[in-house]
Design a protein around this ligand. Structure first.
Ligand code: PMP
Length: 362
């Protein structure tokens, strides 16, 4: 049937229905070529146009300065955990990792294989409920870089302002909030994100990096793991995930139609507010995991009064057509991911459901 679920999946996650329908419509015969976009050479002019358009649209919508490269890679954000220290961290050199969750821990762990990463401003003691204050972030003037996770998918925390690291390069894992609002790209030397939350299907990883930072990379590493390889070949060194890049381009067109990132940011605020308001007005029936000042507009994490009720909440929600509300397996509880493509009506439906559930069970 055509019935779409109330999809709160954490990633892969909801895509705009218009994008899915357009892809469906041009799937069998892409622009009169007699084949789908998946069935043609990645060197064909038809695909190259799709590829280059996606890059230029990304540049325009995200206001990426001219001295930055935009790359479409594979291997997810997880491969970036490895590529970053492999390219930029020399033996016996330090890099500071701001620890705000499991994804920061994974990024840190990979760096230990290449140099001497240092953990800073960890909020682990606090069950990662908080983003550290900017003063807590320590780093050395000689650090290869400072690394942070801009949105913590599992705990539902998000940076609202970023540290000024001066001459020390700043790197951010923006997997779960890339292009959810306008940001000043020039504050960062490298940004990376898997596409599967805000930008499209899984399989494409977006990397945005300052050209003069990329020039500092180690030379003695495998060809495919060098950023320079992908820069020199416009991300067409080997066969890229062509269908994923096409879909990403279509999602970018959809963002453009919404009015760009300022409009998207407003929608995201409005959507998250619907659900946070229920939590805050529930007299403790629902409790948020993240501290208020660190709350994410992308992943809303909460618990229901007691464990039995929480189980019942998740069961009843499932029966009512809600998908993806279980918290990450490492923390439990509930989580509603309200990425760019999750419609306002879907959030409104969850708001109504949460209020009705409380009224029935309080
Ligand atoms: N970083 C963050 C913040 C994430 O949310 C995720 C995935 N949920 C990852 C990294 C890992 O991404 P991938 O699965 O694309 O390797």
């Amino acid at each position: 049937s055509n019935q779409r679920a109330y999809n709160f999946n954490a990633g892969p996650s909801a895509l705009p229905v218009e994008v899915l329908e357009k892809a469906q419509q041009e799937l069998v015969n892409f622009h009169g070529t007699g084949m789908s976009i998946m069935e043609m050479s990645h060197r064909s002019s038809t695909f190259e146009e799709v590829h280059n358009e996606a890059i230029s649209r990304l540049r325009k919508l995200f206001a990426i300065p001219d001295d930055y490269e935009v790359l479409f890679l594979q291997g997810g954000a997880s491969l970036q955990f490895t590529m970053i220290p492999m390219n930029f961290l020399q033996l016996e050199k330090k890099a500071s990792y701001v620890m705000t969750g499991v994804w920061s821990e994974k990024a840190y762990k990979e760096a230990t294989l290449f140099g001497e990463p240092v953990q800073t401003a960890s909020t682990k003691e606090d069950k990662y409920r908080n983003i550290p204050s900017l003063e807590e972030i320590d780093f050395g003037s000689d650090d290869a870089y400072v690394h942070l996770t801009s949105n913590n998918t599992i705990y539902g925390t998000q940076w609202s302002e970023f540290p000024d690291t001066g001459e020390v390069p700043l790197i951010a894992d923006m997997s779960s909030d890339i292009m959810s609002k306008p940001i000043d790209i020039s504050r960062f030397d490298l940004i990376y994100a898997g596409a599967q939350k805000n930008l499209g299907p899984s399989g494409v990883t977006v990397v945005i990096a300052r050209r003069d930072f990329l020039a500092k990379a180690n030379k003695e590493i495998p060809t495919i793991l060098k950023y320079s390889t992908h820069v020199e070949s416009n991300s067409l060194y080997n066969t890229p995930p062509t269908f994923g890049i096409y879909m990403l381009g279509e999602v970018l067109k959809w963002i453009e139609k919404q009015g760009g990132l300022a409009a998207i940011a407003k929608q995201n605020e409005e959507k998250a507010k619907l659900i946070y308001d229920v939590i805050d007005n529930s007299n403790g029936f629902y409790t948020g995991h993240a501290s208020k000042e660190s709350r994410s507009l992308m992943n809303i994490t909460f618990r229901v009064a007691d464990e039995e009720l929480e189980k019942q909440f998740l069961t009843e929600a499932k029966d009512a057509g809600f998908v993806g509300l279980n918290g990450h397996r490492s923390v439990g509880g509930c989580r509603a991911s309200t990425y760019n493509s999750v419609p306002l009506e879907t959030c409104k439906a969850l708001q109504d459901f949460m209020i009705a559930f409380q009224n029935k069970h309080k």
